[in-house]
Design a protein around this ligand. Structure first.
Ligand SMILES: NC(=O)c1ccc[n+]([C@@H]2O[C@H](COP(=O)([O-])OP(=O)(O)OC[C@H]3O[C@@H](n4cnc5c(N)ncnc54)[C@H](O)[C@@H]3O)[C@@H](O)[C@H]2O)c1
Length: 246
């Protein structure tokens, strides 16, 4: 039941939404691998979990690097003996009109959001298949539906939808589900980097007129992790105050 005694790798867990997911899963009894390119961030969250009776390790890794992702998987098996849950949360944002967008801003966002998620899936799915159990949750964004100034980010997040649906089909017969949580405006660093005026405009455009909380996203992730949701795969769960409906 739930995530108790399960092992979860959460990418980008050194801050914001990823940190919230790590803390939530740990509170529910999971052993957590706090993966982030930012070592101090990862160490802070792992310490918070260990200090409050949970079990976590911090690992610094760049998910755009296949050898670094593989090393995390080996370390996870060495420390916890298994990998049951992968949450692909790490992401990057470099907004501008396509007319002004530098090629490296395209590459950074695609490599971090899409290729990084592909690396992590590729590295854990063989293990999950051999144990006939796995839960993969990919964090995309409502922006996958399209947003001006986000040709790189929307493309990367739409790519994650294709990745998720393909893997859901490829691994359905092995007890592995692959699903998506698509946040809208969440009170976390990525949204808070937007100009204040833009933040207010986004919130005003939502049916539910408040920013989402990190906890709202963590609860959606928890839902897909549960044994009780084993019949749900390839699904997108929006956590966006109803914005995608309009
Ligand atoms: N905040 C929002 O409103 C919002 C809305 C929709 C979707 N999202 C998505 O949620 C996720 C988390 O966003 P957030 O607001 O918490 O942002 P954030 O910037 O706080 O978190 C991103 C984390 O990913 C890490 N990271 C970046 N590149 C990495 C790499 N190459 N390897 C490993 N780690 C790396 C960063 O160090 C950071 O800790 C992202 O995927 C983002 O696209 C956020």
């Amino acid at each position: 039941m739930g995530v108790n005694k399960k092992t979860a790798i959460i990418t980008g867990a050194g801050s914001g939404i990823g940190a919230g997911i790590a803390l939530k899963l740990a509170k529910k009894g999971a052993d957590v691998v706090v993966l982030d390119i930012n070592r101090p961030g990862a160490e802070k969250i792992a310490k918070e979990i260990n200090d409050t009776g949970g079990k976590a390790i911090a690992v610094q890794a760049d998910i755009t690097s296949w050898p670094e992702v593989n090393a995390v998987v080996e370390e996870t098996i060495r420390v916890f003996g298994t990998i049951d849950i992968l949450v692909n949360n790490a992401g990057a944002l470099k907004d501008s009109s396509i007319l002004k967008m530098a090629e490296q801003d395209w590459d950074l966002v695609i490599d971090t959001c899409l290729k990084g998620s592909w690396h992590c899936c590729k590295a854990v799915l063989g293990h999950m298949r051999s144990q006939n159990f796995g839960r993969v949750i990919n964090i995309t964004s409502r922006a996958w539906l399209g947003n001006p100034g986000q040709s790189n980010y929307s493309s990367a997040k739409a790519g994650i939808v294709g990745l998720t649906r393909s893997l859901a089909l490829e691994f359905a017969s092995y007890g592995i589900t692959v699903n998506i949580v698509a946040p809208g405006f969440i009170e976390a660093p990525m949204a808070r980097r937007l100009p204040l005026e833009t933040q207010q405009k986004v919130i005003n455009a939502q049916p539910i007129k408040r920013p989402g909380r990190v906890e709202d996203v963590a609860n959606a992730v928890l839902f897909f992790c549960d044994d009780e949701t084993s019949y749900i795969t390839g699904q997108i769960l929006y956590v966006d105050g109803g914005r995608h409906v309009i």
